[in-house]
Design a protein around this ligand. Structure first.
Ligand code: FEO
Ligand code: CA
Ligand code: CA
Ligand code: CA
Length: 680
C-alpha cells in the first residue's frame, strides 16, 4: 500500500474576509513579503526599475504577469541541487503575458500602423520564464540580484524539439529547416516540477500572437497541404488576424532579424511548400510543454512533443512509484476542451530523482509514452482514451483529418481527441495530485458557452448569474467547479477511473439547490477556480505528512464582491458526497443533470488570501518544510493605464503609496510569525 499515513490536519487560521482592498490580505499571524516584482533586475549591471515606462533590458529583468512557479532547493553555496533545502533555492516562474500600457511612458505607440522596434523588443522580452535565486535571511526572504544562476528565458531563447514530432515537416521553418529547433516560449501559464529537479512550463494562449492574412489558406491548399488549414482553424488561427501587439509590423534596424517576422504565419506563394522558406509553420512550434533545467543557465530547454500540442495550462506529475509508469496530468484551457494524461513508457526508478543529467532524465520519461484524453461517464466512471496512431479513428483513412503518423496525432491532438469522443469540459485549467492518495484534481474555471442543452454529469451547470453585474461571462457555467478523479487500482497506469466534483464555485448567497451546490459560506465562497496545488508539509508534532490543497481564483463574475483570492483545503476522497441533481435554467433553455459530488467542504475549505485590485492569484510553491509559501500576484490594475492607474500594488503593501505608482505583477512570500507551518 503506497498511501501516506495522514493524521488529518485542521486549517489553523481565521478566514480572511472577502474584500476589494488594494492589498494582499492574509490571516492574522502571517507576514507578506514582496519578493520579485516585474522589472526587478537579475544581474549586477542592470539598473533599478524606474517603473515609469522608460525602462528597457527585460532580458535581464523580471518579466511581466507572473504565473506558474516552482521552488528548487540549493545547497548552502554554489549551484548544487539540494531538494531538502528550505533556506536557499531557485524560483522558476512563468511570465504569461504583459500589461502593455504600463511598459511604455504613455502606453502603446503605433505610427502609420507600424510599431517601434524598441517597444516591441521590450514586450517580447517581458514574456517567458525567470529563474532566480532566493534566500532566507535573518528576518526575511529576498532574491539575489547578482546570482550567476539567474536566467531569463524569452520568446527568443533557442530551444530544441524532442519526442515523436521532432523533425516533422510541420515543425520546419526558415529558422529550423529540419524541424528540430525552435526559438522561444510564450504565454507560459501553469507549470510542473518534475521529480528529477526540472521545471516544466506550459504554452497556453500562444495562438493569439500569430498574424495570418487572408489568402493564406489558398496558398497552403495549392501547395498540397490543405490539412494545415483544418489544423490552424481547430487551434483558433483563422485568416484575417493581425496578431497580439502588432509585432510583425516592426521594421528592424537589422534587416536580417526575423524575431518580429516569425509571428507572421502567412504562407508566401512562391516559397517552399514544406515551410522551410517562411514562417507558415511557426504556429506548430508552439503549444507544447517545455522542460528547463533551472540549475544550469547554459542548458537548452526541450519542447516535449510526446505530451501533445494544445493550450497547455500546466503539467502535474502523479505519484512516482518505483517500477510503475508515471503519469503527467494536463488541462487544455479553452471552452469545451479536454483533460489529458501522458503515461511514460518507462517505469520509475527512484534513483532518477537525483540524476546528475536532469534533461537526459526528462528524455527518459517524457519522450516516449502514451497520450490519453479523458471521457467522463454519467455513472461516475471514466476512461482514458489513447491518442495513438492507427488506433480507432486515428488513421490515414480518416475523412475528417487523415493522420500521417504519431507526430501528426500529437501536433493535432485536439482533432484526435474530438475523433475518439473525449468529454468537452468547462475550460480545464490547473491539474494537481493529492500526494497522500494519488487522486487528481482539475479546475474547470467557467464556461460561458455551456448551454443547458449541452450540460452533462461532469459539466452539469448552466445558469444566469443572478447578481447580473454586467460582466460578459454571466451565463453558462458562470462560477466554475473542481473535478477530481481516482485512478482504478490507484495506479498512474490505469486506463479507467471514477470521478466526482470536489466543489462548485458560487456565492454563498446563491441558490443551494442549483448553483451553490457545495453549500459554500461566507468563509469559503469563490468563483472561477484556476491555480491548484498540493503542498505536503511535514507535521512538526511528528504526525506524518499533511497535504494541503491551495485553490486560486481568476474571476470576473465575483469581483463586484471581492478581489481574487486563494483558499486552503483539506480535501476528502472521490465519492464521499453521493449524487446530486441540478436543474438548469437560462433564457436559452432548461435541463436537468445528475452529477457526483464531494462532501460539502465546510470548515475544510477556508479563504487564506485576498489579492489587490484587478489581479489574478496564480502560481504557488513552497519550501519543502512548508514554512514559506510563494504566491504570484498577476496583473494588478490591468484595466488601467498611465493616465488612469487603477491599482498601486505592490507599493501599497508596506503602507501608503503614491497615486502615480504603477502596478506590477510580483511574487510574494508568506510566512507565519511564529515560524510554523503555513496554513495548518
Ligand atoms: Fe493562463 Fe488558463 O490560464
Ligand atoms: Ca492569466
Ligand atoms: Ca490559469
Ligand atoms: Ca484563468
Amino acid at each position: 500500500d503506497t498511501t501516506v499515513t495522514v493524521t488529518p490536519a485542521t486549517l489553523d487560521f481565521t478566514a480572511v474576509p472577502k474584500n476589494r482592498n488594494d492589498l494582499v490580505t492574509v490571516p492574522a499571524g502571517y507576514t507578506v513579503t514582496v519578493l520579485y516584482r516585474m522589472g526587478d533586475p537579475i544581474n549586477a549591471s542592470t539598473p533599478a526599475f524606474a517603473n515609469d515606462g522608460s525602462d528597457s533590458n527585460f532580458s535581464t529583468r523580471a518579466g511581466d504577469q507572473h504565473d506558474g512557479m516552482s521552488f528548487f532547493g540549493l545547497a548552502a553555496t554554489g549551484a548544487t541541487r539540494d531538494p531538502s533545502s528550505s533556506t536557499r533555492g531557485l524560483l522558476a516562474l512563468n511570465h504569461e503575458n504583459i500589461v502593455e500600457t504600463y511598459l511604455h511612458p504613455r502606453g502603446q505607440t503605433t505610427t502609420g500602423g507600424v510599431r517601434p522596434e524598441a517597444e516591441a523588443i521590450k514586450e517580447i522580452e517581458a514574456h517567458g520564464v525567470s529563474v532566480v535565486e532566493v534566500t532566507r535571511g535573518a528576518s526575511a526572504w529576498s532574491y539575489v540580484q547578482a546570482s550567476s544562476l539567474n536566467r531569463r528565458i524569452t520568446p527568443n531563447t533557442p530551444m530544441v524539439f524532442n519526442g515523436p514530432a521532432r523533425g516533422d515537416v510541420q515543425l520546419r521553418t526558415l529558422y529550423s529547416k529540419d524541424g528540430t529547433q525552435g526559438r522561444g516560449t510564450i504565454n507560459n501559464c501553469a507549470n510542473g516540477a518534475m521529480p528529477w529537479g526540472t521545471y516544466a512550463t506550459a504554452e497556453e494562449n500562444w495562438a493569439g500572437y500569430f498574424r495570418r492574412d487572408r489568402g493564406d489558406a489558398a496558398v497552403r491548399t495549392a501547395a498540397g497541404r490543405a490539412k494545415e488549414n483544418t489544423s490552424l482553424a481547430r487551434y483558433g488561427i483563422g485568416e484575417g488576424r493581425a496578431g497580439n501587439y502588432g509585432w510583425t509590423t516592426v521594421t528592424p534596424a537589422d534587416s536580417s532579424s526575423t524575431i518580429f517576422r516569425k509571428w507572421n504565419a502567412t504562407a508566401t506563394a512562391d516559397a517552399a511548400p514544406d515551410g522551410t522558406a517562411d514562417f507558415r509553420h511557426e504556429p506548430f512550434q508552439y503549444g507544447w510543454i517545455v522542460e528547463i533545467d533551472p540549475y544550469n543557465p547554459q542548458s537548452t530547454p526541450r519542447k516535449r512533443t510526446a505530451l501533445g500540442r494544445m493550450n497547455h495550462e500546466g503539467v502535474e506529475p502523479g505519484r512516482m512509484i518505483a517500477g510503475v509508469k508515471p503519469a503527467f496530468y494536463m488541462g487544455d484551457d479553452a471552452q469545451n476542451e479536454y483533460i489529458y494524461k501522458f503515461v511514460s513508457n518507462t517505469p520509475w526508478t527512484a534513483a532518477d530523482a537525483n540524476a546528475a543529467d536532469r534533461l537526459a532524465t526528462g528524455d527518459k520519461y517524457l519522450d516516449a509514452g502514451t497520450l490519453y484524453v479523458a471521457k467522463f461517464n454519467a455513472d461516475g466512471s471514466g476512461q482514458w482514451l489513447p491518442l495513438t496512431f492507427n488506433t480507432g479513428p486515428l488513421t490515414s483513412a480518416n475523412a475528417t483529418y487523415p493522420f500521417a503518423d504519431q507526430a501528426d496525432v500529437l501536433i493535432n491532438c485536439r482533432i484526435a481527441a474530438d475523433l475518439v469522443g473525449a468529454t468537452p469540459m468547462d475550460r480545464p485549467e490547473w491539474t494537481a495530485v493529492n500526494p497522500a492518495n494519488g487522486e487528481m484534481y482539475c479546475t474547470l474555471t467557467n464556461n460561458s458557452s455551456r448551454s443547458p442543452a449541452r450540460t452533462d454529469a461532469a459539466n452539469p451547470r448552466s445558469y444566469v448569474d443572478p447578481r447580473t453585474d454586467g460582466r460578459s461571462n454571466s451565463a453558462g457555467n458562470v462560477n466554475g467547479h473542481v473535478v477530481r478523479l481516482r485512478e482504478n487500482g490507484d495506479t498512474t497506469e490505469a486506463t479507467a477511473f471514477t470521478w466526482d466534483v470536489y466543489a462548485f464555485g458560487a456565492g454563498s448567497d446563491l441558490n443551494k439547490d442549483n448553483i451553490n451546490l457545495s453549500g459554500l459560506d461566507d468563509t469559503n465562497d469563490f468563483s472561477s477556480p484556476d491555480g491548484l496545488w498540493f503542498s505536503l508539509p511535514s507535521n512538526v508534532a511528528g504526525q506524518g505528512a499533511n497535504p494541503v490543497m491551495w485553490l486560486q481564483t481568476d474571476d470576473g463574475a465575483f469581483t463586484d464582491v471581492t478581489n481574487n483570492q486563494m483558499l486552503a483545503a483539506i480535501p476528502g476522497r472521490v465519492g464521499d458526497g453521493g449524487t446530486k441533481t441540478v436543474n438548469n435554467s437560462t433564457p436559452a433553455g432548461t435541463s436537468t443533470a445528475t452529477t457526483r459530488v464531494g462532501k460539502a467542504p465546510g470548515a475544510t475549505l477556508k479563504r487564506f488570501l485576498v489579492g489587490p485590485k484587478e489581479c489574478e492569484i496564480t502560481g504557488i510553491t513552497s519550501t519543502p518544510d512548508g514554512k514559506a509559501l510563494f504566491v504570484n500576484i498577476q496583473h494588478p490594475g490591468e484595466t488601467g493605464g498611465p493616465d488612469n492607474i487603477t491599482s498601486n500594488w505592490p507599493a501599497t503593501q508596506n503602507g501608503a503609496a503614491a497615486p502615480s505608482s504603477r502596478p506590477r505583477s510580483a511574487t510574494i512570500v508568506i510566512t507565519r510569525q511564529d515560524g510554523g507551518l503555513v496554513g495548518i
